[in-house]
Design a protein around this ligand. Structure first.
Ligand code: APR
Length: 247
């Protein structure tokens, strides 16, 4: 696309879209104070994901994860609020332009911004599940439990509690992945916001949308491996770009 003002191009693509889908990563929540995984402030630069986000290690020693949750994750996620980028996507959905948000994020901020159709590929840390009785518990309640009991056990059956997130070594929820694949195949505009696009199978969705004829736009502070297949690339802050399309 040739227009010297790519924001105009983006507005034209959004206006022309019949079926727009967004795909978000940690970068969209960075402006809400939640560190990304691989950016300069990346969580995985300080904490080894093989230790803190791996299912085999969780089963070996759940206390390891729950300590990380208490000290590192909960203090940040519990007080995080949606930012203008989340709000812009929710507004585009409310206008009937955006049909779905496929997210890799586990922070629930897109729904907190008002989005209805959110496909959580990697789950949501605000939901805590008992692996024995499958009862669901709220993140805040389990956090309270940690002062007396770490790892926390299920108050109903005494079972092992695990956040409803996909750890490395686990498969994505099949129904959610199926929905995301269908959304990528059905869309005519696929908007990536704040993802390094290196973690599969999620990172395969933009190319799938492209192969099905969709226009591809990437908004990410740093370059990604898929930039060359995109119609438009914005190496800028998500909120600065999305404010220009939702208003
Ligand atoms: N606006 C736009 N992009 C941003 C911003 C911002 N304000 N801040 C950071 N970014 C970009 C960074 O340039 C980085 O490339 O967000 C990207 C985040 O990339 P990652 O940290 O790799 O996060 P993500 O792509 O979501 O990771 C995928 O990996 O660790 C697993 O399960 C975890 O869901 C996660 C998956």
């Amino acid at each position: 696309m040739s227009n010297p003002n790519p924001h105009d191009d983006l507005r034209q693509l959004v206006a022309a879209a019949g079926h727009m889908v967004a795909f978000t990563g940690a970068g969209i929540s960075a402006e809400s104070g939640i560190p990304t995984y691989r950016g300069d402030d990346g969580l995985w630069n300080k904490y080894d994901p093989a230790k803190f986000a791996n299912i085999d290690n969780f089963f070996k020693d759940p206390g390891y994860y729950w300590n990380f949750f208490r000290e590192v994750r909960y203090p940040v996620i519990s007080k995080a609020q949606p930012n203008d980028a989340h709000t812009a996507l929710a507004e585009l959905e409310a206008k009937g332009i955006l049909k779905a948000v496929i997210t890799q994020n586990i922070d629930g901020l897109q729904q907190a911004a008002g989005s209805k159709n959110v496909l959580e590929l990697h789950g949501n840390t605000r939901r805590i599940i008992c692996l024995q009785c499958s009862r669901q518990h709220a993140m805040d309640d389990v956090y309270q439990q940690l002062d007396n009991e770490l790892p926390p056990i299920c108050p109903s059956c005494g079972g092992t509690l695990k956040p409803d997130v996909v750890f490395f070594g686990e498969s994505l929820p099949a129904d959610v992945l199926e929905g995301a694949v269908a959304a990528a195949q059905a869309c005519d505009l696929f908007l990536v916001v704040g993802s390094s696009l290196v973690v599969q199978p999620a990172a395969g969705l933009p190319a799938l949308a492209r192969r099905n004829g969709a226009r591809l736009v990437i908004i990410n502070r740093d370059p990604t491996p898929l930039d060359q297949m995109a119609d438009l690339v914005f190496n800028q802050r998500a909120s600065d770009v999305l404010r220009t399309v939702s208003s």
